[in-house]
Design a protein around this ligand. Structure first.
Ligand code: F6P
Length: 346
C-alpha cells in the first residue's frame, strides 16, 4: 500500500511530529508500505511533486517547527484554467497512491472533503494554532502558541509597569479568540478582545480608566487579529488582499487600538503584533504528544479502511469523526471561559 501525506495551509508546531508518526506506524505495520510525501500542500499533488518518506528522512524531526514537506494555501479548485480534480486523480493514479492523509485546517480539509466525495480514500488530521476546528476538542500547535503569547505578555508586563503604559498585544485568531483568551488568562490581561464578541471601545477605555483610578498605572490588552468593533463604534482599516480560499489578510487592529486608547484615555499606549512568531519554533510537549497520537491514529484509520474520517481528541481519547461533519461549523470560544477571563478585566 502507498499512502500520500501532505501539509497544507498555515504551518503549525507539531506538523513534523505527525509526519514522523504516520511513517513510523505505517512501516511498523508493514515494512513494504510506502509513504509518499507531497510537497507544499495540494500544490504537490497538482504538480506531482513529492518523494518517499522513510525512517531516515523523518528521523530527528519530532521537535522541529514548520514542516519538512513545506506548505501552501493552494486551492486546487480555484484555478479556472485547470481541472483540479482530474489533475489530482491523475497524480494519485500515476504514483499508485492508495490513500491520502492531508494534515491541515478548514481549507485543506475542505478540499479533502471534496476529494472524498469524488471517491478518493482520505483520512484527515486537524491542525491549526487557532484551535477553531470543529470535531476535536483541541488541535496541536495551539498550546505552543498560547505559551509563546503568555511568555510575551509576561515580558510586556515588566516594561508596561516601568513606563506606566497600556500595552496592546495583537495575537492570531481569525474566527475565534482561543489563543487570546487562554494566553490572556494565563498572562493576567486586563482586557481581551475576540472575534466572537464585537467590542465597544468606550467600554474598553472605561475599564482601563477604572483600573488606573484604583492605582494601577499600567494595563495589558490582548486582541485577536479577527476582533472587530461593534458596528458604528470605531472606524478600522479594511484589508484588501485575499488568499486562494478568499480569506482576507488580517492584522492591524492592534494599531487602531493603540491610537484610540491613547487618544481617549490619555494613557500612553504601545502595540506589539506577535504575528508569525506564534507559529514558529519547537512545539511544546503537549503538542508533540497530541500530534504523535494523531499521526498514529490516522495511519490506523487508513489501514482499517475507515475513510472520510478525521482523527480528533475528545476529552483524553483519540477518536475518528466524520470529516464533513467536523468541518460543518468552526469551534468558537466557550462563553464560560470568556466569562472567567472577564472577571479579571479592568
Ligand atoms: O489559520 C491560522 C492562522 O495563523 C490565522 O490565525 C492567521 O490569520 C493566518 O493563519 C495567517 O496566515 P498567513 O501565514 O497566510 O499569513
Amino acid at each position: 500500500m502507498r499512502v500520500g501525506v501532505l501539509t497544507g495551509g498555515g504551518d503549525c508546531p507539531g506538523l513534523n511530529a505527525v509526519i514522523r508518526a504516520v511513517v513510523r506506524r505505517g512501516l511498523a505495520d508493514d515494512p513494504q508500505h510506502s509513504l509518499w510525501g507531497f510537497r507544499h500542500g495540494w500544490a504537490g499533488v497538482l504538480n506531482d511533486d513529492g518523494g518517499e518518506l522513510t525512517m531516515q528522512s523523518t528521523a530527528g524531526i519530532l521537535p522541529r517547527g514548520g514542516t519538512i514537506l513545506g506548505t501552501s494555501r493552494t486551492n486546487p479548485f480555484a484555478d479556472e484554467g485547470r481541472d483540479g480534480l482530474a489533475t489530482i486523480l491523475a497524480t494519485l493514479e500515476n504514483r499508485g497512491v492508495d490513500a491520502l492523509i492531508p494534515i491541515g485546517g478548514e481549507d485543506t480539509l475542505g478540499v479533502a472533503v471534496r476529494l472524498h466525495r469524488a471517491g478518493v480514500p482520505i483520512v484527515g488530521v486537524p491542525k491549526t494554532i487557532d484551535n477553531d476546528l470543529g470535531g476535536t476538542d483541541v488541535t496541536f500547535g495551539f498550546q505552543t502558541a498560547v505559551q509563546i503569547v503568555t511568555d510575551a505578555i509576561d515580558r510586556l508586563h515588566t516594561t508596561a509597569e516601568s513606563h506606566n503604559r497600556v500595552m496592546i498585544v495583537e495575537v492570531m485568531g481569525r474566527h475565534a479568540g482561543w489563543i487570546a483568551t487562554h494566553a490572556g488568562i494565563a498572562g493576567g490581561a486586563d482586557a481581551i478582545l475576540v472575534p466572537e464578541r464585537p467590542f465597544d471601545i468606550d467600554v474598553v477605555c472605561a475599564r482601563l480608566r477604572r483600573r488606573h483610578d484604583r492605582g494601577r498605572s499600567f494595563s495589558i490588552v490582548v486582541v485577536a487579529e479577527g476582533a472587530t468593533p461593534r458596528e458604528g463604534t470605531l472606524q478600522t482599516r479594511e484589508g484588501t488582499a485575499t488568499d486562494a480560499f478568499g480569506h482576507a489578510r488580517l492584522g492591524g487592529i492592534g494599531v487602531v487600538l493603540e491610537g484610540e486608547i491613547e487618544r481617549r484615555t490619555g494613557f500612553e499606549s504601545r502595540v506589539t503584533i506577535l504575528g508569525h512568531v506564534q507559529r514558529g519554533g519547537t512545539p511544546v510537549a503537549f503538542d508533540r504528544v497530541l500530534a504523535t497520537r494523531f499521526g498514529v491514529a490516522a495511519m490506523d484509520a487508513v489501514a482499517g479502511g475507515r475513510f472520510g474520517t478525521m482523527v480528533a481528541l475528545r476529552a483524553t481519547a483519540i477518536v475518528e469523526v466524520g470529516l464533513e461533519q467536523a468541518l460543518a461549523e468552526p469551534k468558537l470560544l466557550d462563553p464560560g471561559l470568556y466569562e472567567t477571563a472577564e472577571l479579571f478585566f479592568g
